[in-house]
Design a protein around this ligand. Structure first.
Ligand code: NDP
Length: 343
């Protein structure tokens, strides 16, 4: 099987690449520049002829993917993970919206026009496209989000809102654009979308400084690894999560299991509280004694009874299982300390 993978140098994309290569797939990794290709190659030195590269400097340009989707042997599957998820100084939320939405539409158009052998496209969406963040998070009965739910954010909300609104809407409108494309254009391929909440876990790609951390892991570094014993525990604003290795596995299953066809899957391991993360880190990593907020040890509960997301459909159709919280947060924190030491 031959796979085209976008965002292959990112946090999630590099884990997907790892799992594809380890299972014998042949992969073309799509990245923005030659120097990023060189970095990916350095991270996968034994890939050999199973890995080649396609460079797309700007995924919003019409026809951006026309050349990279052409290949001999041709592609069977496309996995599109590339989308902006870095909060930094931006001039407008269009910097989230345009690459997310146009990037998705452009790749689907190019596949339809130039890669007729592609039978499946997997899109990395997000719980940002599912959850209504303006709803009362502590509503009773507890809200359990599923594949039926869509964020109510509008394009205008996104333009006037903060960066969270910009990111959340970018994921919603990109995913909508993909479903609309399949419905209207009736291409040769089917679509599977994955909607994970916050994704945490060790990095597969190399970085030389914690300043280069991806957005979700930077949250763990700043609030739990580089904080202090007496700091206040962060509010459980984002109570649901998934391990990056499990979301990578979900991508492979979404790409290969016939019954996944046409489905949207919530991929969520469940809730995790700030106190739980702190307890796990303090128990397993003595070095963090003075650096991780103590909170009220013993307690594990969320500060309020918050919403959850259900992965029942993914567990049933994809047979997904999830690893422990200890593995996710302890593996990540140990790696963050190593990265710090190399700085
Ligand atoms: P990273 O920032 O680590 O990776 C993002 C990837 O997308 C990189 O390859 C990046 O390339 C590429 N990308 C970003 N902006 C653009 C752009 N304007 N044009 C072309 N390529 C771009 O983030 P993650 O790995 O965490 O995110 C991967 C996917 O997972 C995204 O779709 C994200 O929305 C989704 N997701 C992530 C979650 C998380 O908690 N991490 C949660 C839910 C969904 P470059 O290095 O060149 O910028």
């Amino acid at each position: 099987q031959r796979v085209l993978l976008t965002g292959a140098n990112g946090f999630v994309g590099s884990h997907v690449l790892e799992q594809l290569l380890s299972r014998g797939f042949s992969v073309r990794a799509v990245i923005r520049s030659q120097s990023k290709a060189a970095q990916v190659l350095a991270d996968f030195p034994t890939a050999g002829s199973a890995l080649d590269f396609g460079i797309v400097p700007d995924i919003t340009t019409p026809g951006a993917f026309d050349e990279v989707v052409k290949s001999t042997p041709p592609f069977d599957t496309v996995i599109h993970t590339a989308s902006p998820f870095l909060y930094r100084v931006i001039s407008s939320n269009l910097e989230f919206l345009e690459p997310a939405v146009k990037g998705t539409s452009e790749i689907l158009k190019s596949i339809k026009a130039h890669a007729p052998t592609v039978k499946r496209v997997v899109l990395t969406s997000s719980c940002a496209a599912v959850v209504d963040f303006a709803a009362n998070p502590t509503a009773s009965p507890q809200k359990i989000y599923t594949e039926e739910d869509w964020s109510p954010l509008t394009w205008d909300d996104a333009l006037v809102g903060n960066q969270n609104a910009g990111y959340q809407a970018s994921k919603k409108f990109a995913e909508k654009a993909a479903w609309d494309f399949v419905e209207k254009e009736k291409p040769n391929f089917d679509l599977v979308t994955l909607t994970p909440p916050m994704i945490y876990g060790p990095l597969r790609h190399s970085i030389t400084s914690v300043k280069q951390l991806n957005e979700s892991n930077a949250r763990i570094y700043n609030l739990f690894v580089n904080s202090s014993k007496d700091a206040e525990l962060p509010h459980d604003g984002m109570p649901v999560y998934t391990d990056v290795r499990d979301i990578a596995e979900a991508h492979i299953r979404a790409a290969t299991i016939p019954e996944a066809s046409g489905h949207r899957f919530v991929i969520c391991e469940g809730q995790v509280s700030s106190q739980e993360i702190s307890n796990l880190l303090r128990k397993n990593i003595p070095e963090l004694e003075a650096r991780t907020p103590l909170g009220i040890p013993g307690g594990n509960k969320l500060d309020v009874n918050q919403y959850n997301c259900s992965s029942k459909l993914a567990q049933k159709l994809l047979g997904l299982t999830f690893r422990s919280k200890e593995e996710t947060f302890v593996d990540l924190a140990k790696q963050l300390l190593e990265i710090e030491k190399k700085e």
